[in-house]
Design a protein around this ligand. Sequence first.
Ligand code: C2O
Ligand code: CU
Ligand code: CU
Length: 464
Amino acid sequence: STAGGVDRYEITQRETVGEILPGVRTPLWTYGGSFPGPTVEARRGRPTVVTHRNELPVPTVVHLHGGRTPAESDGYPTDLVLPGSWSEHRHGGGMPGMPGMADPRAVQSRVVREYTFPNEQRATMLWYHDHRMDYTAPAIWRGLAGLHLVRDDSERALELPDGEREVPLVITDRAFAADGSLAYPSLDPALRDRPGVQEPYAAGVLGDVILVNGAPWPVHEVAAVRHRLRLLNASNARHYEIEAVDQDGRTLDLVQIGADQGLLAAPVTHRRLPLAPAERYDLLVDFGAVKTGGTVRLLNRLGSGRTREVMAFRVVRQERDDSRVPAVLSTDLPQWRREEAVRVREFAFRAGRMGEGHGWLIGGRPFDPAREDVSVRLGDLEVWRLIADVHHPVHLHLVGFRILSRGGRAPLPHDAGLKDTVSLRPGEAAEIITRFDGYRGRYLFHCHNAEHEDMGMMANLEVR
Ligand code: C2O
Ligand code: CU
Ligand code: CU
């Protein structure tokens, strides 16, 4: 609803049984009964107030990924929306180790929770997802993810393909158990308590079924015109390398017009596009040369067998197309220069070694909500050097950043624009630059391999 200069959404988080595979009943955790959850449509500068009611059996946390959000609405991992069934738990002796659950006065207000998103940021595709400490990965896996689109006038002025010709694609992988439920190793009682089972999923949980917008390998019918495809990799751990191939084996250009944090300065054309967890790419793909009845498959060059296929577009009609690829997309990208940075910090993202405990570490330490890891001054421009042992998609809350270098060299073509997630490749060091502006408060940075995040690869970022 729309009133008083804000847009309001109400979302009930609840269990539901969906049909993802034909004829198979799959229990899900959802935002509002669907997976993905409802898409929030926002206008730049006009706040969105989302009221979340938690009817799931567990506490949850809502985070708007890529949002420039005041800390109290950013979804800190211990800032819980308690389950509606909380009173039963309370009389049953409470839930040990759940911070903030001891005070009954705090409880009522936290079953229903209002999050305010100012949308004071460039037009782009954000996504919201669960962020509870230690349990983010299984919660997203069960379905807690949705899109949040921010629009603005400068984007509108470009007259990009819209309506049916603008297609958000939420790409995830999932595995299914024999009973139709989503199979997740740590949720499987047969595996959970067996020693050594951490091994198979410490690298992250993968599925063998690729879902786009919650459907397995969908075929989307299109007119033979240019489309705007807005890709999100909402998978827990799977990386993709996307390629579009028509029925004759010809590769279509992927014309990138935007990154995580909105439009590029100018388009960048790719034949293949790597897509790490949490990354978004805004693409123009022209089906104009495909004849009616033809098919364009989106492939994942990193997959094998069934995971090599993502989805397909079937061209079902010819239509007039006045669209074009604008030569200039935006002129407001920050042009931060290394020489102007007041500080350089360095963080190693690596597996814990013997004697360091389990899991995944940043700077040699696993996440601890009680510890301050990094304190930055509001408005400061900083360079961060991020070093990885294996693949780690690193995400900062609150700010967008630019990628300065990879492996001591210039960034790659797909690193263009403003990002909020940088995909560090194995053994690679990358430098990013950002200005910590917007809001003061406690934020986070972490690996967006969701299992890595749950196993400690997250740190506090205090903006003062
Ligand atoms: Cu997509 Cu800290 O999150
Ligand atoms: Cu985020
Ligand atoms: Cu990681």
